[in-house]
Write a protein that binds this ligand. Structure first.
Ligand SMILES: C[S@@+](CC[C@H](N)C(=O)[O-])C[C@H]1O[C@@H](n2cnc3c(N)ncnc32)[C@H](O)[C@@H]1O
Length: 228
């Protein structure tokens, strides 16, 4: 296998189908879920209400969600700086999918990242790969601080100026330091999307992105009791 090939076992499915499978397998019975980076809501294009939890969406930049799959509540908070309010400490599962590249507008002045908070011109948006990594680490720490039961983090290794940035390893180390146990690594390769012209930051060809599923080490899932 070369670096640009997807490893065996890579899931070829939509992100929604992958999130649905993760909840069915790891998080049956949870009561509240926060998607800290709701974006265009691609993770929620399935019948999540049938799972019985309430869903809160959050995103600093993306449009307000509408339609049948829209979350029960929507906020515009910075995932690197949740306000210290009690209710944020009662979210069972936090889902986190931060920007994985820093990109400016293309030659027409538009960027496919405008709605995704990775366009450099947006205030607070990542200016370079170091900002991307800082957002990943800070965001995971904040999400871990408010997640009672579990965390789902999506990352995408990128090559910038010829250097590989293994964001999945960085994310995994941060998750473990935050006291969570990783219970599943899911290499994930959605159907390919058209890339914008002149794109300089690349993924790794057929190399997948990664869903990391983690459970809070301080919660005994068998009995459902906090043990730490
Ligand atoms: C990769 S996209 C998430 C895509 C989303 N999972 C979906 O299904 O469409 C990253 C999201 O993070 C948001 N974002 C970037 N920086 C943020 C911040 N500091 N606080 C909150 N949201 C942020 C962007 O607006 C963007 O929607």
């Amino acid at each position: 296998m070369t670096l640009t090939e997807a490893p065996a076992g890579t899931v070829k499915a939509t992100s929604a189908a992958t999130i649905e499978r993760i909840f069915a397998e790891h998080f049956v019975g949870v009561e509240s879920v926060l998607d800290a980076t709701y974006g265009l809501g691609r993770f929620w294009k399935w019948d999540w209400r049938a799972m019985g939890f309430t869903l809160s969406g959050n995103d600093l930049y993306a449009p307000e969600p509408t339609g049948p799959n829209a979350p029960d509540a929507f906020t515009r908070m910075d995932f690197t700086d949740w306000p210290d309010v009690a209710e944020w400490h009662h979210v069972d599962v936090v889902v986190f999918d931060p920007p994985f590249t820093a990109q400016g507008p293309d030659s027409t002045g538009h960027s496919h990242n405008d709605g995704y908070g990775s366009t450099r011109t947006l205030t607070g948006a990542p200016q370079n790969i170091h900002d991307v990594e800082r957002l990943l680490v800070e965001g995971i720490k904040q999400c871990a601080a408010i997640a009672r039961v579990g965390l789902i983090v999506k990352t995408q290794p990128v090559v910038e100026s010829g250097t590989l940035h293994s964001s999945d390893t960085l994310a995994a180390n941060t998750i473990v330091k935050a006291g969570f146990n990783i219970v599943e690594w899911i290499p994930f390769s959605p159907p390919r999307r058209a890339q914008p012209k002149g794109r300089r930051v690349t993924g790794l060809g057929g190399r997948p992105s990664m869903f990391l599923v983690a459970v809070n080490g301080a919660v005994d899932r068998r009995g459902g009791n906090e043990v730490g």
